[in-house]
Design a protein around this ligand. Structure first.
Ligand code: HEC
Length: 143
């Protein structure tokens, strides 16, 4: 390897390393959301209006809503690469990515508001819409 190539290799390794924390951070939020939505889905499946554990469900909805804005700062340009399942579309179609974020944020807020009522019937539809908003983003922006 000549010196220029070696330098280029070092620089790209340094860039990949610089983004490793961002990739880890955004995946960590997603993992938490995955865990919370799984628990909520299980609750909805086995509940009825009487047995619905309203406080537990509301805490899970709040967990997602509180971090709804958190992952998106961890998508600096060039951070799609090794260890990441983000597609190039995140950076190639920033307006669509923002629109998917908006849709998700709205759904997370709606579910949070619905969960505050403590009523089983109130959370079912907004929970479905939240799940749809996750899927809609993943369809284009996640491998
Ligand atoms: C606006 C886009 C967007 C929204 C909304 C979104 N995600 Fe993701 N999600 C991504 C992207 C992009 C990745 C890949 C991140 C990476 O690997 O760099 C991802 C990765 C994941 C992963 C894999 C994490 C890992 O361990 O690598 C899970 C689980 C996940 N999302 C769950 C969810 C759930 C549940 C929701 C909704 C409550 C959600 N996501 C909403 C874009 C989104």
């Amino acid at each position: 390897m000549n010196k220029t190539l070696l330098l280029a290799a070092c620089l790209s390794a340094a860039t990949a390393f610089a983004h490793a924390d961002d990739i880890k951070a955004r995946q960590q939020y997603m993992k938490e959301w995955g865990g919370a939505t799984k628990k909520m889905a299980a609750i909805i499946k086995k509940s009825d209006a009487q047995s619905f554990p309203a406080a537990e469900f509301a805490a899970l909805a709040a967990q997602i809503q509180q971090n709804a804005n958190a992952p998106w700062q961890h998508y600096p340009a060039g951070s799609n690469g090794r260890g990441s399942d983000a597609t190039a579309a995140v950076w190639a179609q920033p307006q669509q990515f923002q629109a998917a974020i908006q849709r998700f944020t709205q759904a997370a807020n709606n579910l949070h508001t619905a969960a505050q009522t403590g009523r089983f019937d109130a959370v079912k539809a907004p929970f479905g819409q939240l799940g749809e908003s996750c899927k809609a983003c993943h369809k284009t922006f996640k491998d």
